[in-house]
Each structure stands twice: as structure tokens, then as C-alpha cells.
Design a protein around this ligand. Structure first.
Ligand code: ADP
Length: 401
């Protein structure tokens, strides 16, 4: 039975947004959820879902604290007093755990200070994450808070996969290594894939493609990651909505010398003006498809670059793992775009990798197999659920405390 003592509030403070869910960690049942957008601008907006009710608010929200305050008021309006409910825990998504955090961690003053001290590595994300934690500690005194790090799953990557080939003294001084991101999703999805197949994760070699606005791949053996495509920051690896993924680092020096680009301009280019958006003018795959169907050549090329990069990582991980048992697609594009899945895996039957067209284009949205039942490699689509994974992690930490 769902009582408020079983519920966990999950909070994800982005650079200008707050996503939240109140849910029951065992069943995954969601009691309420919502989104605060465009924090710091004049047209901030809040959308709060509670059962069948949807409440909307608009008007300037100056900062994350004010955003959370408003979320708490919306809970009140729907008859749910968060402060009085005796919630089990609050789980916070924190982007960068650096070399410090490698598991869900109960929040203390020192933990918040360390998250802030790691802001050099994630300037857009760690500060709002810390502000979110501090605000909720004030708003919900006495409710245990747990930080769940996006980098944690990849903390123990083998050194050969985690190390950049630069001067090791420089690397050590500036914390330069491959940290990896989307770890909560890769961990959850690799576990769900094994569960779906009824197999022991310890026996499986898995490749996971998390393809959302941000995109990353991982190679997982025996339940532990051995490689991942994102690095020091979430810029490396696959082509993304607005980020380029892998680049020749010489490009940056060239832009500085030939174009007078400074660090801020380069940051803008790489974070907001690259990827599908940079190549085709749009970052949403549905719009990209419309442009391709209308004969837009830039859109076609952007799609081909996207798929080519996926196949490169697939090949690399196939070899790194010494073969693969399961390939899983997840997140917005991975779950909803059959073309990307089919094109990424086309012509690989020599490797035991096949996609069944009918299964691939089915309307089913639950975890499912899209390879023929007798194909040696299981190709799956598994919906990710980072909120549930965070809620379960937070609940686990509180129980064992
Ligand atoms: P993030 O959490 O990284 O912001 P999501 O995992 O929600 O991203 O993925 C967002 C992307 O997924 C969108 O930009 C869009 O390209 C793609 N997407 C979402 N729904 C669909 C759909 N029904 N068909 C095709 N692409 C979709």
C-alpha cells in the first residue's frame, strides 16, 4: 500500500530547470510529478501533475530556491503537505561526483560543500544541484536526503579506459580523466535488460546506447562498465542534440587562432550550437525526420553522421568486450526511433546482430526484444527510469543507515 512514509521525492535541478517526482520506490507508482522551466527568466513556468490534475503557473522565478518553494505550494494546493507527510527520503540527482563520490551518499554539510567544490568540473550543473539540496534541507528539515551521482556507475572504469593520454602531472593537477555520465540510466537499464532476459547480469556482455538529447554509450561486462563514451564532461562521444561528441581537439586551437574564439564562445559552440542542431538546424529527431523526408540534404547528412558515430562505438565496444550478448537502446531517441536502431545495426548478421523489422516498429512501449528470437545477440529496447533508480538508491541508503 502507498502511504506517504513510503514515498521518496526525487529532484533533478538542471541549469535552468527543476524536474521532480514523488514516487513509491518498490512499485514505481508516481504520486505526483512536475517541471519548473526557464528559471531566472521573465517567462518561467511550472507544470505540476498530481493524479489527473494538472496545475500550471507562469511568471518570473528568480532562482532554484524560489522554484522549489513554488513546487511545495503546488503540492499544498493539491492537498499534499510535503513537510508534514513524513517522506521516506529525498533523492537528488547530482551530475558530477568527481573522484570523491562513487555511490549514493547521505547528504551532510560536508557533502554539499564537496559538490560545490567539484563545480569546476561541471559549472552548469553542480551549483544548481547543491542549491537544490540546500533548499530542500531547509524546506523539509528532518527528512533524510541522498545525493545520487551521474558519474558514480563509471567510477571504477578500468584505468586504460578512464585515462586520457596527456601529461600525467597535468591530468593529476586538474582532475582530468574520463568520468562518464548518464550512469544512473546505464546501471538501471543494464539491470533491467538482464532481468528482462531472465539472465544473471554477471554472465552478460552488454552494449547500451542512451540516446536522448544528450547521448552516451557504455560497454558493460558482468554488471560493471568497462568503457563509456562521455568523458571529463558530457561533451565527448556520440553526436547529440546540440553537442558534437568526439572532435579533434586541434579544432579548438584552430578556432582560437584563426577565428579569435575565446573560451566562452567555444563553450557556447560546443554545448548549444553543435550536434544535430549545428548540422541541420534542429535538435529534435522528429523534426529531423520531417526535414529528411522533405529532401533537406543537411538533415540527411546530420542523420548519417549520427548513425556513423553510433556504429563506431558499437564496433569499438564489440571488440573491447570480446563479443556481445545484449545491445540495448534507451531514452527519447533510443526508445522511440526505429530508424536509428535499424540503421545503427544494419548489415551485422555476420556478428549475430539482427533487427526484426516488425518487432522494431511495434507500438509497444514496454521493455521488449527487437531481434529475431533465434538471433545470437539479443537487441532490446528498455525504457529508462532515472527517477525510479534514484528513488530506490535513496531508499536503500536510508534503510541501511
Ligand atoms: P533528455 O532527457 O536528454 O533531455 P530525452 O531522453 O527525453 O532527452 O530525449 C529527447 C529526444 O528524444 C528528443 O529531442 C527527440 O529527438 C527524441 N524523441 C522523443 N520522443 C520521440 C518520438 N516519439 N519519436 C522520435 N524521437 C523522439
Amino acid at each position: 500500500m502507498t502511504t506517504s512514509e513510503n514515498l521518496v521525492l526525487v529532484i533533478n535541478c538542471g541549469s535552468s530547470s527543476i524536474k521532480y517526482q514523488l514516487l513509491e520506490p518498490q512499485s514505481g507508482e508516481v504520486a505526483a510529478s512536475g517541471l519548473v522551466e526557464r528559471i531566472g527568466e521573465d517567462d518561467s513556468a511550472v507544470e505540476h501533475h498530481c493524479g489527473r490534475r494538472v496545475l500550471e503557473r507562469s511568471g518570473r522565478i528568480p532562482d532554484h530556491r524560489a522554484g522549489l518553494q513554488q513546487v511545495f505550494e503546488l503540492f499544498d494546493e493539491t492537498g499534499f503537505d510535503l513537510a508534514g507527510a513524513g517522506l521516506r527520503a529525498v533523492g537528488h540527482r547530482v551530475v558530477h561526483g568527481g573522484e570523491v563520490f562513487h555511490e549514493p551518499t547521505p547528504v551532510t554539510d560536508e557533502v554539499v560543500a564537496t559538490i560545490l567544490a567539484l563545480a569546476d568540473l561541471a559549472p552548469l550543473h553542480n551549483p544548481p544541484n547543491a542549491i537544490g539540496i540546500e533548499s530542500v534541507r531547509e524546506l523539509l528539515p528532518g527528512v533524510p536526503q541522498v545525493a545520487v551521482f551521474d558519474t558514480a556507475f563509471f567510477f571504477h572504469l578500468p584505468a586504460a579506459a578512464a585515462t586520457y593520454a596527456i601529461d600525467r602531472k597535468v591530468a593529476a593537477e586538474y582532475g582530468i580523466r574520463r568520468y562518464g555520465f548518464h550512469g544512473t540510466s546505464h546501471e538501471y537499464v543494464s539491470g533491467r535488460a538482464a532481468e528482462f532476459l531472465g539472465r544473471d547480469p554477471k554472465q552478460l556482455r552488454q552494449i547500451i546506447f542512451h540516446l536522448g538529447n544528450g547521448a552516451s554509450a557504455s560497454a558493460v561486462r558482468g554488471g560493471r562498465p568497462i568503457d563509456t563514451s562521455m568523458g571529463l564532461t558530457p561533451l565527448e562521444g556520440l553526436v547529440m542534440g546540440t553537442r558534437p561528441g568526439d572532435l579533434d581537439p586541434g579544432i579548438l586551437g584552430h578556432l582560437a587562432h584563426a577565428g579569435g574564439f575565446d573560451v566562452e564562445r567555444i563553450d557556447e559552440l560546443l554545448n548549444r550550437e553543435s550536434g544535430l542542431k549545428g548540422m541541420a538546424g534542429v535538435n529534435d529527431f522528429r523534426e529531423l525526420r520531417r526535414l529528411i523526408d522533405a529532401g533537406d540534404e543537411n538533415a540527411r547528412l546530420a542523420y548519417d553522421v549520427y548513425v556513423h558515430r553510433l556504429r563506431r562505438y558499437l564496433g569499438a565496444y564489440l571488440v573491447a568486450l570480446g563479443g556481445v550478448d545484449v545491445i540495448t537502446f534507451t531514452a527519447g531517441v533510443g526508445e522511440n526511433n526505429p530508424d536509428v536502431r535499424a540503421d545503427a545495426l544494419a548489415g551485422l548478421s555476420a556478428f549475430g546482430i539482427e533487427v526484426d523489422q516488425e518487432l522494431n516498429t511495434s507500438e509497444d512501449r514496454s521493455a521488449r526484444r527487437i531481434s529475431p528470437p533465434d538471433a545470437p545477440v539479443a537487441v532490446l529496447v528498455v525504457p529508462t527510469n532515472e527517477e525510479l533508480a534514484i528513488a530506490r538508491a535513496a531508499s536503500r541508503v536510508v534503510t541501511s543507515a
